[in-house]
Design a protein around this ligand. Structure first.
Ligand code: IZC
Ligand code: ZN
Length: 424
């Protein structure tokens, strides 16, 4: 057989092998480690996993052999919740935030999301592309090989489409694979403040069909929060989205316990995100309906809020994923390793639970479990070589980038912590 590449001498290969469904409960603590391993790759896919020098049986002089130098290898990390494409930044609100003005109050004053909406409208597609590309390079340097990207900074058709088109082009041009989400229901534009119904009708009757027709988004998401979209409004929008063939996501119970977790279960959302204020009843319903709880601890950290109750979620049998929420307001950081460290230090998850939550379970959160999220035969050869002796070390030694190398579909894209790809 033809083998393009073998990565040999892997000290610890953490496969995060799947079970045919998201990992829950005790399963989240199981990562499957193979010592002194190699991975064989053909056409960007994993074709064999073995130990020691056994690769010699399948290679020939055309096979490229790379040495992992005894380091730790994991599946490429997946950032399953980002607001990647946007104009501007919001450091002008930083002092206000630090003095204690709540996130929602800044939004109600016309700042927050609405300030980024203005910057995104003003920005050209080229500006949005350059800025988002820089963020994707950073993500890649931290070991992220797939990410979700939401719209939601247009709140009118043309700018929503501009954002989604930029994300589509980046998916093509950049090594990181993107999954696209339409988030027209991210905030109420000021002119519809007294008439939500009018804006919701525009979302449902004009934006959602057009975005679908253009093939620009696979998921639809709603920001359900007190002062933003109510549970009833969220249910209406997401039900219509489902009828149109979108898969569903929801920003649920982030600040106030409105019942977003219950709604995500009722609608069988692929993931329900944030959940810092989710009720036990809602979490139980999510477990029963196989909704992935996508937790974003760097947002809790940055907003100085309490962390989601991850331990309770795991006890109740809810599948957890972790993601960054990268956005210019509540999480201006692309660093998924910091998110993983907060998974331990803030959410009290074990290092093994955290690794599963940014690989195999994160793949389920974006419905890519058949292609990515674990090191298994047939999956993409998306791999991170970490300069670390074991999984625990990645979370224990916090605040630094542990990446040594990143492979995307068998191509080396990060070396010495720097991107080296050339438009693949
Ligand atoms: O720009 O503030 N939470 N949406 C809901 C966000 C954070 C993004 C932002
Ligand atoms: Zn978000």
């Amino acid at each position: 057989m033809r083998v393009d590449l073998v990565i040999k001498n892997i000290g610890k290969l953490v496969t995060c092998k799947g079970l045919g469904r998201p990992k829950v409960g005790q399963e989240m603590n199981e990562v499957d480690i193979i010592e002194d391993a190699y991975i064989a790759i053909r056409d960007g896919k994993i074709i064999e996993i073995g130990i020691k020098n056994d690769y010699k049986k399948i290679t020939n002089s055309y096979t490229k052999i790379e040495d992992a130098k005894g380091l730790l290898v994991t599946p490429g990390l997946i950032d399953s919740h980002t607001h990647l494409v946007h104009g501007g930044s919001r450091e002008n609100e930083f002092s206000k935030k630090l003095s204690g003005v709540p996130y929602i109050e800044i939004l109600n004053q016309g700042g927050g999301i609405l300030s980024t909406v203005n910057s995104t409208k003003e920005a050209s597609s080229e500006d949005l592309y350059d800025k988002a590309k820089k963020s994707l390079d950073r993500m890649l340097e931290f070991g992220v090989t797939s990410a979700e990207a939401k719209s939601g900074y247009g709140l009118e058709l043309d700018t929503e489409i501009k954002q989604l088109n930029v994300a589509k082009k980046l998916d093509k041009d950049h090594p990181i694979d993107l999954v696209h989400t339409f988030l027209g229901a991210h905030a109420i534009p000021i002119k519809y403040k007294e008439n939500h119904k009018e804006y919701i009708d525009i979302i449902v009757e004009q934006m959602m069909p057009k975005v679908k027709e253009l093939g620009l988004a696979e998921f639809c998401d709603v920001f359900c929060e007190e002062g933003v979209f109510s549970i009833e409004e969220g249910e209406y929008i997401l039900s219509k989205a489902k009828e149109m063939g979108y898969k569903l996501k929801i920003h649920a119970d982030e600040i106030v316990s409105l019942g977003g977790a219950q709604l995500s279960a009722k609608l069988k959302c692929t993931s329900s995100d944030h959940l810092m204020a989710a009720s036990e009843e809602g979490l139980k319903m999510m477990a029963k309906n196989n909704v992935v709880a996508n937790i974003l601890p760097a947002t809790s950290f940055n907003l100085n809020k309490s962390y989601a109750n991850a331990r309770k979620m795991i006890d109740l049998g809810v599948a957890l994923s972790l993601s960054s929420d990268y956005n210019p307001g509540s999480c201006p950081s692309e660093n998924l390793q910091f998110v993983m460290q907060l998974g331990c230090l803030g959410l009290k998850m074990t290092p093994n639970e955290v690794i599963n939550a940014v690989t195999i379970n994160a793949a389920y959160a974006i419905d890519r479990q058949n292609e990515i999220g674990s090191i298994e035969i047939g999956k993409k050869a998306d791999l991170v070589v970490f300069d670390a002796p074991n999984v625990e070390y990645l979370m224990y030694h916090f605040g630094v980038n542990h990446v040594d190398k990143v492979y995307k579909e068998g191509v080396l894209v990060v070396e010495n912590k720097q991107v080296i790809y050339n438009n693949i």
